[in-house]
Design a protein around this ligand. Structure first.
Ligand SMILES: Nc1ncnc2c1ncn2[C@@H]1O[C@H](COP(=O)(O)OP(=O)(O)OP(=O)(O)O)[C@@H](O)[C@H]1O
Ligand SMILES: [Mg+2]
Length: 238
């Protein structure tokens, strides 16, 4: 079983105020929903987990070991699949098949094996027949699914999904719920889509002023009264 731990992370963007102050989180057993206002640092937290940003303080641990050199980061990125908030950040090949086959080719699969894996993954996402489509001509929702395919084709142990339902219509969103359920992997899902989180996660962390507040997904609700957690879903404990 793979586990990723954030240990006492503090980080502020250059010139900005501190987004996290001694934040700790363990990923590897649960399906976690991550909510929080725009700009609270959710995406930044994923960048730190993936080593795309270095924290000012604290460490990322993979299976209990600090990730601190290129080899360890490569290992982490093999085991943790990260879906970018913006699919255009993820997709870079001319065609869908090249984009989805890129990862498998890159880790040494033959061209025909890579193709087979890519095709099977596309099919599992309802994208059979998309192989030769031009990536940059896809719709927003199609791009999101192809981006997800580039991750799932690598058979990750843990998923980090940044707003996976953005641009998805209700039918596709339902299909995504079913796909994630079937995968049965530990994951962290950033979303403002509370109904989706209630269906896909066990526990919710709300990122507020640099701290994580934990609650069960089933307790999720929102109401507009004056409240330190603001207007997004939270629970009152108990
Ligand atoms: N490279 C950067 N330089 C300066 N500030 C940055 C940089 N990257 C992000 N920020 C700031 O850090 C804060 C957190 O950004 P982040 O993208 O993590 O928020 P978020 O919680 O994902 O928001 P959203 O829900 O809108 O996606 C924002 O105020 C953003 O402007
Ligand atoms: Mg974000």
């Amino acid at each position: 079983m793979t586990s990723v731990k954030l240990a006492d992370i503090s980080y502020g963007p250059p010139g900005g105020s501190l987004l996290f102050n001694n934040l700790s989180l363990e990923i590897g057993t649960e399906r976690v929903g991550l909510i929080g206002p725009n700009g609270s640092g959710k995406t930044t937290l994923f960048y730190i987990i993936m080593g795309l940003l270095r924290p000012d303080k604290g460490a990322v641990l993979l299976n209990g070991r600090q990730v601190d050199d290129g080899r360890a980061w490569r290992q982490l990125r093999r085991q943790v699949g990260f879906l970018f908030q913006d699919a255009d950040d993820q997709l870079f090949s001319p065609t869908v098949l090249e984009d989805v086959g890129f990862g498998p080719l890159n880790i040494g699969y033959s061209e025909s094996e890579a193709r087979q894996r890519a095709e099977a993954t596309l099919e599992s996402l309802g994208l059979a027949g998309f192989e030769d489509r031009i990536t940059h001509q896809l719709s927003g929702g199609e791009k999101k699914l192809v981006a997800l395919a580039t991750i799932l084709v690598m058979a990750p142990d843990i998923l980090l999904l940044d707003e996976p339902t953005n641009n998805l219509d209700p039918t596709t969103r339902k299909r995504l719920v079913a796909i994630l359920e079937k995968l049965n992997l530990p994951m962290v899902i950033i979303s403002h889509d509370f109904d989706f989180l209630a269906k896909t996660t066990d526990v919710i962390y709300s990122l507020e002023q640099g701290h994580l507040h934990r609650s069960e997904s089933s307790h999720l609700h929102s109401h507009p009264h004056a409240h330190p957690y603001g207007e997004h879903p939270h629970d009152h404990g108990g």
